[in-house]
Ligand binder design. Structure first.
Ligand code: SF4
Ligand code: SF4
Length: 486
């Protein structure tokens, strides 16, 4: 009994994984991944199962051919890898260098009726909310940001795509831009980036056209990839798909060569169309230099959700995508990686986290350095959570409740969440998306199990891809390092 207890305490903490025939050991405490051959894998497992002396004795029976491997594994152990994790349970302090993000719901109106849009009128979820955000609410949101939410930060980023089609409210967009500039000047802050989301269906109107061509604006264009995939989800009220309108607007706009740098192609990946490679290639071919692909967040009972029936295909879609990327020559690979090498892309985020191992204590900044504001001025943890009433944190007119702040800063630390604190992927995952958790489990601290399965798969793929880039494609990572990541 005593020996078993000693063995348990001496046990290394790591996750064994095998991707495309290669074995890896992932050290949970440091988030570092190591590619191992069969012998190193066996030696590490022996140290994991037994106290050090017993492990050495057992391995000595294998003869001198294991000596070098034993030395290598021991030097990793002595270097601090594969040790029991000392979990931080205090929330990290926000510094002025951490940008704050304000997600604004400018309008609930939309030109489309996308099948997956949970922000649509039933949209407002039966709540008593204004259809459009008034100047009064916009001004109050910036005042709250300046005096409270972003008071100590050097940078504030603003996103106006939390609900609806933002270009139905061009005056509100203009007001947001003005307030952002005023805020930056008054607070002596660095440039405040304002990103608007649009479906581009209004791009043929001259006044909208000039808005879209404005050199100070950054745009996120919602398009789900090839026509048959996009039109399955993104439709006009009469049921007609939106692809042709969007593609034609884009090719018109991009006759101005300065514009593509300011546009991101944003695709939602659903359980019905899990071919990530096709979706990526299509957006790339359309000319997007920044691409953001994200799996859908949806209750499991929808046919296009990520659920028991579709999770296998989505995982396979990402595995195929990674193999496709790795089959390219260096120039092509770099050209494909650059558009997704940022934290906004779902896989890109895990690649970046896996390549600069760190203990990520949260999934994201929701409720901490991100705030969503709806048309009434109510504050939610992030834009996509707007409308999930249980997650409401306060109002730009009255401030945020202490209880709300405590939940997102303290209780949702990955080292405190009941399911997550034991999970091998905790420090690269950070604890799952709270929107998915609410949609599936009606609470923020219990993650969607299919979200977990997909994230764990992507983290394994990211460790695998990181190892292959480091060891086989040494010119790629230095080139990517200089890219902006947000
Ligand atoms: S959300 Fe899921 S994958 Fe992420 S740390 Fe928690 S249990 Fe692990
Ligand atoms: S809770 Fe989900 S939707 Fe909101 S910021 Fe975090 S990851 Fe994004």
């Amino acid at each position: 009994m005593e020996e078993r207890e000693e063995a348990r305490q001496d046990r290394a903490v790591f996750h064994r994984m095998s991707v495309a025939g290669r074995n890896f050991a992932f050290d949970v405490g440091t988030s570092a991944g190591f590619q191992l051959d069969d012998l190193a894998s066996e030696v590490l497992q022996t140290f994991a199962k037994l106290p050090r002396e017993a492990a050495l004795e057992r391995l000595s029976n294998r003869g001198p051919e294991v000596d070098e491997t034993v030395r290598e594994v021991q030097s990793l152990l002595l270097g601090g890898f594969f040790q029991p994790d000392v979990a931080a349970t205090d929330p990290p302090a926000l510094t002025p260098e951490d940008p704050r993000e304000l997600h604004l719901a400018i309008t609930y109106r939309c030109t489309l009726r996308c099948r997956y849009c949970y922000a649509h009128p039933q949209e407002a979820g039966g709540r008593d909310v204004e259809t459009d955000m008034s100047e009064k609410v916009i001004d109050a949101a910036f005042e709250w940001a300046a005096n409270h939410f972003a008071k100590d930060a050097n940078k504030l980023n603003v996103w106006t795509g939390a609900t609806g089609e933002s270009l139905l409210s061009p005056h509100a967009l203009e007001r947001v831009q003005q307030q952002a500039e005023r805020y930056a000047a008054a607070m002596n802050k660095s440039i405040t980036t304002v990103v608007h989301t649009t479906n581009l269906t209004l791009a043929d109107k001259p006044e909208i056209r000039s808005c879209l061509a404005d050199k100070d604006s950054w745009w996120r264009v919602s398009i789900d990839g090839p026509q048959h995939i996009n039109d399955a989800m993104r439709r006009f009220p009469d049921g007609k798909g939106s692809y042709e309108v969007v593609a034609s607007a884009l090719s018109d706009l991009w006759t101005n060569p300065d514009l593509p740098d300011r546009y991101t192609g944003a695709a939602t990946i659903t359980g019905e169309h899990p071919n990530v490679t096709d979706i990526f290639l299509h957006l790339h071919k359309m000319g997007f230099r920044c691409i953001r692909m994200r799996p859908i967040r949806m209750r499991h009972n929808e046919s296009f959700a990520i659920n028991e029936r579709t999770i296998g295909a989505i995982k396979q879609g990402y595995s195929d995508f990674v193999e496709f990327l790795l089959q390219q020559d260096d120039d092509t690979l770099l050209g494909y990686l650059k558009p997704i090498w940022h934290y906004q892309d779902y896989f890109g985020r895990f690649m970046l986290r896996a390549l600069s191992p760190q203990k990520g204590l949260y999934r994201c900044g929701a409720g901490k350095w991100i705030a969503g504001v709806d048309t009434n001025g109510d504050i939610y943890p992030c834009g996509p959570m707007i409308g999930i009433l249980e997650s409401r944190m306060g109002s730009v007119f009255t401030g945020v409740s202490e209880e709300g702040q405590r939940l997102y800063r303290e209780d949702l630390l990955v080292t405190r969440k009941p399911v997550c604190k034991e999970c091998w992927a905790r420090y690269l995952c950070g604890g799952g998306c709270y929107v998915s958790a609410f949609l599936v489990n009606q609470r923020a601290d219990l993650p969607d199990p299919y979200d977990c399965e997909l994230m764990q798969h992507l983290i394994e793929l990211a460790i695998y891809m990181g190892a292959r880039l480091r060891h086989e494609r040494s010119s790629i990572l230095p080139e990517l390092d200089s890219q902006p990541k947000n």
